[in-house]
Design a binder for this molecule. Sequence first.
Ligand SMILES: [Zn+2]
Ligand SMILES: [Zn+2]
Length: 520
Amino acid sequence: MKISFYGACRTVTGSCHMIETEDTKLLVDCGMFQGSKDLKELNYGEFSFSPNEIDYVILSHAHIDHSGLIPKLVKRGFKGTVISTKPTTDLCSIMLPDSGHIQELEVDRKNRKLARAGEPLIEPIYNHLDAKRALMQFSTLDYNLKVDLTPTISVRFQDAGHILGSSIVEIWVKENSYQTKLVFTGDIGNLNQPIIKDPTVIDETDYLIMETTYGNRLHKKLGNKQELLLQIIESTFFRGGNVIIPAFAVERTQDILYYLGKLDLAGRLPDCKIYVDSPLAISASEIFKVSVNYFDEETKAAFDKIWQSPGILKRIVMTRSAEESKKLNEIKTNAIIISASGMCDAGRIKHHLKHNLWREESSIVFVGYQAPGTLGRQIIDGKKQVRIHGEQIAVNAQIHNLDGFSGHADQNALLHWFDSFKQKPKEVFLVHGEPEGMDAFKNILLEKYDIEVYTPEINQSFDLKHGKVKVYDVQGPSEKDAALVYANIINKLSELYRVNLERHEIKQLYEKLKTIEKTI
Ligand SMILES: [Zn+2]
Ligand SMILES: [Zn+2]
């Protein structure tokens, strides 16, 4: 078996990893690169593999840096199935067409420049129709259900506690009658987030492919996040300004609304209107409303109370149209504006920053990861002036970076999650992190545990059979592995018996069974 890394290698975005066995190729995630211009350029090139040879995409969660190139994969010939949880499929059904629409707008803008320069025009990576077409290939799998994709590959999702529907992906591969397990963390959630559960603890794996977004950082101790948010809102309104919250349309927006709803229910929210100014966030909120079964217990209990309270319903204004959005520019105070994109590099948030960033009365509240090169990162890094829509804008507003709201585990939480393995993986591949974070986390793992840690480069492949600690061939399977293989064969036998009798296959399995029986 071979594993290859095609994205999120020593960078955070573009997650795409391939597992290749003798007869199957599957991708875990097929995400878009985001952030700097150089990274974004990678989205336009050809894939480093043939999309028509891929059998499955196992999608960890809906975020565009994990799902965003699936429509391109389909456009380039992928005919297989995308497997994800129900909420991930639902969220993708709005996020991927939205992403297609963004690609179209971006290319229109680029082509206007190219045409003026007399250069050849370019095509969007994919358009919203390509995205809709890709959605036809999605198939859902619920948490905790182990399914056989092929006679030799099984997969199971566990809740990653990162966003609604997010998964840790467990994959089992049988080769030469021995079984190898791989775990892909996807993005690991922060502890004690509202709405969603904490990340699932995994007991054991042979290989671990782990994210390290906050590999070298600790979230600031925020105390009570809700109280902190309230303090910022109160002091901003006292100064006569607005609270601008750049937030990812999925999860962060709903988390903030949940906190504001709880404050309102307790009668503590000052007089204000809450504007959700992102059509994507509005549609995503609808999906949250029908996904209550996936919430943690506390949220399940509070959800109806909050969303049926006339108080909060009166305050929240969902602005879908561009005209409604533009009107918000005239509001000087007592508005909380939640808008996307979360990293401020596109979308309506740029207008709200243009109208509030220069006003010392206003506050900008960051609640998520800001990739290098984005407008959001420039602001939290303390730039005194930033460029928005070709205009220099002074940064006079109060800037709050509440990374404790982040959907990602920080260094301590990542370590805590790793430490929960009863049997530690022997080989760990670190992905989805900036080089400093990844290297720091690698050093900690090497100091604490007797394991091998790799930080793969883009397009790098590793053979997981040769040169790795796989002793099965020499010593035979352990008792537990043998029992697992035994159980799977019994399952397979009964399935064949029911479906149709493929005699040679049954004979083969029977032979395997006999050898394994001896070892148990
Ligand atoms: Zn994510
Ligand atoms: Zn991610």
